[in-house]
Design a protein around this ligand. Sequence first.
Ligand SMILES: Nc1ncnc2c1ncn2[C@@H]1O[C@H](COP(=O)(O)OP(=O)(O)OP(=O)(O)O)[C@@H](O)[C@H]1O
Ligand SMILES: [Mg+2]
Length: 334
Amino acid sequence: MKDNKQTNLQYLIIMGFCVFPYNRQTKDSQTRLLLLKQSVKSSRTSSRCIVEKTPTSQGFVESLNIPPAVIQKFSESEDVIGEGRYGTCTKVLIHGIVACAKSLKVSSRSSMSAIAHEATILSRVRHPHICFLIGIQVTKEPFQLITSLYSIEGVSITVYDTFSMNTVGVKKHVIKSLHPSLTLQVWLFLMKNLAEALQFIHSKGIVDRDLKSDNVVLTKLGDSTRGILVDFGKSNYVDKVSRYKLSEKEKQQYRQDHKHIAPDLVDGVSDITTACDMYSYGHLFKSIIQYFPLAIESIEISLQKDIKKCLKYDCMQRPSAKQMVELLNSTLDS
Ligand SMILES: Nc1ncnc2c1ncn2[C@@H]1O[C@H](COP(=O)(O)OP(=O)(O)OP(=O)(O)O)[C@@H](O)[C@H]1O
Ligand SMILES: [Mg+2]
């Protein structure tokens, strides 16, 4: 109930941001405009994104900017809710509403370009199972990407967290109480929702490029557990990304560190297409089946086969997100 109230308030605030962007209020906009000009240029060569051209317009990014004074600390402690290779996410308050602020562990110029890039992509993929962009803060360092916060009992829980036995403190407690509810039905529903999110992204000509268990956060909608896709730092338009060109040594390292990335991409034998997300999707599905004692044999044979097909080296043999949605719909209906 409290969650629902919070969600409603969040939406009101978010709609407020969408209708009345803060761009016209800033004092040091000249400095920021200069930095943005440079960052939009530099985002085209960002190594993180393997981007050739980022379709980020300066004016549009400006319109998403939130004045720093609006973003307040959630509490006196730092309130880190999650950390990845590039970003640290903390809880913040925006007009009293809890949100997630991601700042990047890179130089200010590339941080601004990466945040502008991720915000641009997120603004084009509004979907119930994709994290909701509230805005960005690029006036004062550390620059921030502000999204809705997804949590269970106030704690950010990823699918990866549910696999892990090594969590501590409140997180451990929340995961323990969550475990009994994570049934085969719940996982199938969550995977269907993620396939719907991918189908939507792909229909916009965008590839996620980083679908993995720690980029899916869990949230509750009433009694049901939902999965929300986060981290669009590597996403881009399919025609703006180039093939991987890695040395033999880099390939080896990449295979070890990024098991969710399609092997044909790492080998540089395929272009980056929507099929690369389907490999990551299959990898995530397989991990869930491995970590949870799910009665997988009770899943329709066709679905079992398609999970395997997602993991084919030959990207042409992988099913599309739309096909996965259809299969999961028929499995859940039966
Ligand atoms: N909107 C959100 N709500 C709740 N938790 C979030 C949200 N966004 C991110 N997180 C948490 O913060 C972590 C780090 O965020 P994110 O994945 O965006 O950073 P990253 O450094 O780009 O990650 P990676 O190492 O995958 O590249 C996530 O794994 C997740 O635990
Ligand atoms: Mg991540």
